[in-house]
Design a protein around this ligand. Structure first.
Ligand code: ZN
Length: 161
């Protein structure tokens, strides 16, 4: 479900270039995306909520690693498109530790699956594993502009490594 939703967004809005730009996709999907320094003080990586007018807002921590910021934005877009919050409900807040393994709330897992497919689409990863990129994890992570940790999980989950 999460993966299918990410694929639909890619089909509609992705220009076909790597690395995939999660801000462009989020804006195309109707979100406002804000790098919010206040999140650092609260120990958060990201947040998703609807504003008073019912418009979706994605906030991310601009002090974290760029690869982490990209994953956060994709993760928050997942919360939005998977309807994890409805207008009028409290904001969904993602603490910095939230993506580590063992954090297994269903909504968080779904948002992570969404983000993985959005930033590292299965078909692209598989074709690059076959032709494009030599087999080092750093090379893959660099092509997709994700952390080596995120790339490692992705390759493992797809049964490539
Ligand atoms: Zn989350």
């Amino acid at each position: 479900m999460a993966t299918t939703t990410a694929s639909m967004i890619l089909n509609r809005f992705w220009d076909g270039r790597l690395p995939i730009d999660p801000i462009q996709l989020a804006v195309s999907a109707g979100a406002t995306v804000i790098g919010d320094p206040a999140l650092e003080r609260e120990g958060l990586s990201g947040m998703f909520h609807y504003d008073e007018s019912g418009r979706p807002v994605i906030r991310f921590n601009p002090f974290e690693q760029p690869t982490r910021q990209r994953f956060t934005i994709a993760h928050e877009l997942g919360h939005m498109l998977l309807n994890h919050v409805v207008p009028g409900e409290r904001a969904l807040r993602d603490p910095k530790a939230a993506y580590s393994s063992g954090y297994d709330q269903p909504r968080e897992m779904q948002a992570n699956q969404f983000a993985a497919q959005l930033l590292m689409p299965e078909a692209v990863v598989r074709s690059m594993a076959r032709y494009g990129v030599s087999g080092r994890l750093d090379n893959f992570a660099d092509e997709f502009q994700v952390s080596t940790t995120a790339m490692g999980y992705r390759l493992k989950n797809l049964g490539i490594y």
